[in-house]
Design a protein around this ligand. Sequence first.
Ligand SMILES: [Zn+2]
Length: 300
Amino acid sequence: MNNLKKNVLIGFNIHPLWLSGTDLESFLSPLRDNGLRSLEFEVDSNLPGWEQFEPLMESCSDIGMEICFHAPYRPHYSLYDFCGIRRDEICNINKPLWSLADSWGVRNNFRTEIVVHGATLHQSHPDSSTFRSQEESQGKVTKEKLREDTKGFITWALETFPNLTIALENLDVTKPGVIKFGQRREDVLSLVTEIDHPRLGICWDMGHDIRHGVTEDPSKEWLEHVVHVHVHDIDNNGEDHFPLVFNKVPNEHWIQLLMDAGMEGTITLELKGGNLINWELERINYALAQSIKTINEVIT
Ligand SMILES: [Zn+2]
């Protein structure tokens, strides 16, 4: 039973802002004491403070942490129309960031996972807006097209970045004007099984399921395809990506199902620091350590 433990790491989605007013070792020390072993970095060169990301990866690695990734997903990087005229553009803007992640695939001791979102159409975004409005007015933008774009991109990425394991995420509910592929479990699972590659699986975002009102346990097939997990809690206003203090998401029960199914991969506590701006520092630190501890108690 215990040999499963080494195949599952607990991660945290770090950002340089978490270190304002402290230093890396002081921040990580209570989390590592509770079982934290990996740090997940969003790679998006448009993020504020991007120049601090790579040095932070190095510092984390220097103290023995594994590094994993969240692929760029904001509107500039959308995979929309990968199977149309945007293919080269999408390859070019994603390549440097994915190459950075791929280089860690050689350096890490653990398999290097990268989470990817399905193709998303942001109807208000200015890029290619004329093209988009033509298509939309002709009613061509369907989930089927977004599925094909997602499939095309993942197939390209699997070939181009041999040191990465790709995890396709079940996505959150959309804002008006946004169409996404991959909000339903069945859509994510069917694409992953269709591509059927040893370095492709599911990123199960448990909180997103609850935001969609999906509370039932997933199928055995789903559990067997999960290679990465995002856990977080939902507050009393329905906002997600909080520490595990509200008990709105059955994270522990679902992680246990994954352990019983023999999952290997990283379970990342995925928080939005901006959600906690009104919390006292002590409360934040306590909630973070407790959240890591909660996950660790299930996997050990
Ligand atoms: Zn997520």
